[in-house]
Design a protein around this ligand. Structure first.
Ligand code: GLN
Length: 542
């Protein structure tokens, strides 16, 4: 079922195979009708991850990129909607040569074609395919059918791993195998026999239960891998290797065993386990309240990027969720921000919580508290500066649909027609774009190179008509996309760093950086993002 860590399991298997010297890629299949994840509410679906080539995908692709340390592209993500859309477009273009196009086999055949394309694109030795949802539900049947068909055509090249949940009900305190037994029966009725089982639970699997699963599920005991909860997801590959999972997989493919080299990874996990000093980061957002639960999935790449950067400085990040709307109802609570070492204002859409976020940014600016703004965070930092430093009291963004003479953030030209035509799906400025960094800036110092590329997901931008007044009042445009003349990074000069370079810069700050792009998508455990690293360093200094 969803939420038990299929994504991390897939990513971890990928890491293990990569560490044995294989080229690996991973694909996520989501069974819903949405063509991509871009149109879904993040509270419902979690973060929308953006690939280099600009596809709005499920957050699991972020896990694949982080664990594999490889870029993942558009063919590595498919939904029922996307597959049907492709087949219907082909049918409309007469690409089936007059044949009757049928659900089976034409839909599974298209699924297989996408999988093969994704594998060929990166010349993968192994393609890991994660089928989302729950075995037995109507929605993923056609994907299971594709899997079954692949196994028949390539019996030696296809392996099935079932990730199954083993509950330990509190009132009996015993791990139950029955749901897994039924999951295997259900898979069998779809024509699939799992070759291995990953037993997800809060506890490790013991011998009697392993035997029971082996008997009832028709899987050898050594192919049942214990996957208990761990403190950090980055421990998972190491845990799987305790059961020699990588070599079990190779054996099933008729390949000779190979040693895994997880040295770097183990070193990183060692830091996670042994970093007693803490850095306190507050994230001012809005996509985390769901009934009585606090969900952090909407900001998963931001959280992971903070972790990577903090661990690179031998600190444990303590992340606190701060509801932007609280500052609107209770402005006195702003002073609670004092207890943090740094604040992040992440991306978002629509009006809710906007004024609260602007207040938090104002607090950070005035109190020299390190601030890192991401996408919407950058737009709001610009609005705050325009209002409170440049004196443009009604400064706002066209997105918020309030009457104002000062749209310091405005809709991008090419977006206007799209919005008028209600063409919302997959039409934002998406994916990787160039950015040139400005001399004497925090950003240039952090990246250590002038030309960078970063991933985007937005419709609005800093209005160039306001560049002069913002700059005159001390704001620095630290990154520009030259092709569109678009501001990509804003900064307030760092104390004692770049103030010298330009006497007209009036204010200074230990770290006030905000980006139109989403740096969090490119942070990797062993290669933290330079801006996150600089932000964490400033937070530690504070
Ligand atoms: N809503 C803003 C825009 O569309 C910011 C988007 C974001 O934060 N990803 O430009």
């Amino acid at each position: 079922m969803s939420g038990i860590g299929k994504g991390v399991a897939t990513a971890s298997i990928g890491r293990i195979l990569k560490s044995k010297g294989f080229k690996v890629t991973a694909i996520k299949i989501d069974p819903y009708i949405n063509v991509d994840a871009g149109t879904m509410n993040p509270v419902e679906h979690g973060e929308v991850f953006v690939t280099e080539d600009g596809v709005e995908t499920d957050q699991d692709l972020g896990n694949y990129e982080r664990f594999l340390d490889e870029n993942i592209y558009k063919d590595n993500y498919m939904t029922t909607g996307r597959v049907y859309q492709t087949v219907i477009n082909k049918e409309r273009n007469l690409e089936y040569n007059g044949k009757c196009v049928e659900v089976v086999p034409d839909i599974p055949n298209e699924v297989i074609a996408i999988i093969e394309r994704a594998g060929k694109k990166v010349k993968a030795d192994f393609v890991l395919i994660e089928i989302g949802g729950t075995v037995g539900e109507y929605q993923n049947l056609l994907f299971l059918e594709a899997a079954r068909m692949q196994k028949i055509s390539h019996p030696k090249d296809v392996l099935f791993i079932l990730v199954s949940y083993m509950p330990v009900p509190a009132m009996i305190g015993e791990m139950k195998t029955k749901p897994t037994q039924y999951a295997v029966r259900t898979l069998n009725s779809a024509g699939i026999q799992p070759d291995m089982i990953l037993a997800r639970s809060n506890l490790p699997l013991d011998e009697p239960r392993k035997q029971k699963l082996s008997n009832f599920c028709n899987v050898a005991a050594q192919d049942i891998i214990s996957a208990p909860d761990v403190a950090s997801i980055y421990q998972v590959p190491i845990n799987f290797e305790k059961d020699d999972m990588g070599n079990r997989i190779l054996k099933k493919f008729g390949l000779r065993p190979r040693k895994s080299d997880l040295t770097d990874w183990e070193h990183f996990v060692g830091i996670i386990e042994n970093s007693p000093k803490v850095v306190n980061i507050g994230i001012v957002g809005k996509y985390f309240e769901s009934g009585k639960f606090t969900l952090t999935d909407s900001y998963i790449s931001v959280i992971e990027a903070v972790k990577h950067a903090a661990f690179s400085q031998n600190r444990s990040p303590k992340i606190t969720w701060i509801s932007a709307e609280d500052f609107e109802h209770n402005p006195a609570s702003l002073k609670n921000l004092k207890k943090f070492d740094g604040i992040i204002v992440p991306g978002g859409f629509g009006n809710r919580g906007i004024e609260g976020k602007i207040k938090a940014i104002e607090y950070c600016r005035k109190n020299n508290l390190p601030l890192f703004g991401l996408c919407l965070g950058m737009q709001l930092a610009t609005i705050e500066f325009a209002r409170n430093v440049c004196g443009l009291k009604d400064a706002t963004s066209a997105e918020f649909k309030v009457a104002s003479k000062n749209m310091v953030i405005d809709v991008m030209e090419e977006q206007k027609v799209l919005l008028q035509g209600k063409k919302y799906g997959g039409t934002m400025r998406l994916g990787s774009y160039d950015c040139e960094l400005t001399p004497n800036t925090i950003s240039l110092k952090a990246y250590g190179l002038k030309n960078i590329t970063e991933r985007h997901r937005h419709r609005y931008e800093l209005n160039n008509a306001y560049r002069e007044i913002l700059q005159k009042n001390g704001m620095v445009f630290a990154g520009i996309n030259q092709e569109k003349d678009l501001v990509e990074i804003i900064e307030i000069p760092q104390t004692g760093f770049s103030a010298k370079a330009d006497k007209s810069r009036v204010s200074s700050h230990p770290f006030f950086v905000a980006t139109q792009f989403h740096p969090e998508f490119k942070s990797r455990p062993l290669n933290p993002h330079p801006l996150f690293k600089a932000f964490i360093q400033a937070a530690i200094k504070k």
